[in-house]
Design a binder for this molecule. Structure first.
Ligand SMILES: [Zn+2]
Ligand SMILES: [Zn+2]
Length: 289
């Protein structure tokens, strides 16, 4: 008799849990806001991207963490200033909250690992590294324990092929590796004055790229961290928040507590004086309370 009661209680709790999680996405959907029609030069202008709804995502092959694959790694390559090093540590802390997965910074690698044939001097007289070399010759070999995704960060500018002026970053979503440069995010030089703007860009770019590695495609209807962008100016118009659908996708793979994630993101933004970002989390939190 007791066993039946126990089973009923367990079933009841399970269904509550499920409803709570479903309600969460329905509730925060009210805080999603639609993208403006794209202007010339913007990512979606003249580009036909279909987007990806939750059902399509579930049917698409994507990674799910398991006991052998559950740590996100950041690999710094270069000679970073103290402020830049602080940005990398904050990015680590942010990604750990964003994906609710352990995130580690690997030991710093010197620029000397980039051979002459993978370097050039760019149009502004700045040194640039060939992004593909970093992916193919450095990151593919890097297999730290339980790696699920690996993101390299450089302080030097990057280029993808000789005919291109520069690239913000490059990734292989099948290999779950990527490289981004902080060179352009800091408007020439990182200072205390532009620290937060640069940090906000870095957090958006790293979470977006690693989001792709978890199978999230570009979001095309609402303003979201998974929107494609063509320029830094466009990145600045996008919010750091994942929309309700993208959150549902991520949560279906990484079974974290949605409220805990929101609270931690809110605290991170508050502690780092990222006011607009904090307001977004506060709005979601107020909606679910
Ligand atoms: Zn993208
Ligand atoms: Zn989205």
């Amino acid at each position: 008799m007791h066993k039946i009661y126990l089973l009923l209680i367990v079933l009841f709790l399970c269904s509550c849990q499920k409803n709570n999680q479903d309600n969460y996405f329905d509730t925060i959907e009210d805080n999603d806001f639609n993208l403006m029609p794209p202007a010339p030069g913007e990512w979606l202008y003249g580009r036909k991207e279909k987007g990806q709804d939750f059902e399509t995502f579930l049917k698409t092959k994507h990674i799910v963490p398991n006991e052998n694959s559950n740590i996100i790694y950041i690999k710094p390559i270069g000679d970073f200033t103290e402020l830049q090093t602080r940005q990398i540590e904050l990015t680590r802390a942010y990604l750990e909250i964003f994906f609710q997965l352990e995130t580690k910074v690997l030991e710093n690698t010197s620029n000397d690992v980039i051979p002459k044939h993978a370097r050039r001097i760019g149009q502004e007289g700045q040194e640039q590294f060939l992004a593909g070399y970093i992916l193919d010759s450095l990151l593919k070999k890097e297999k730290p324990r339980n790696r699920i995704a690996l993101m390299a960060l450089t302080e030097k500018d990057l280029f993808p092929k000789p005919e291109w002026n520069f690239v913000f970053g490059l990734a292989s979503y099948t290999q779950k590796i990527g490289v981004s440069s902080i060179y352009r995010l800091q408007d020439r030089k990182l200072t205390e004055a532009n620290f937060n703007l640069c940090l906000s860009r870095l957090l958006k770019i790293c979470s977006h790229e690693i989001g792709h590695m978890f199978g999230l495609r570009h979001c095309v209807k609402v303003n979201c961290a998974m929107n494609g962008t063509n320029s830094l100016e466009e990145t600045d118009t996008k919010v750091i928040r994942l929309c309700s659908v993208c959150q549902q996708k991520l949560n279906s793979s990484i079974k974290y507590d949605n409220k805990k994630r929101l609270v931690e993101l809110g605290e991170f933004f508050k502690n780092n004086n990222l006011k607009t970002e904090f307001e977004l989390m506060k709005k979601d939190l107020e909606s679910i309370e």
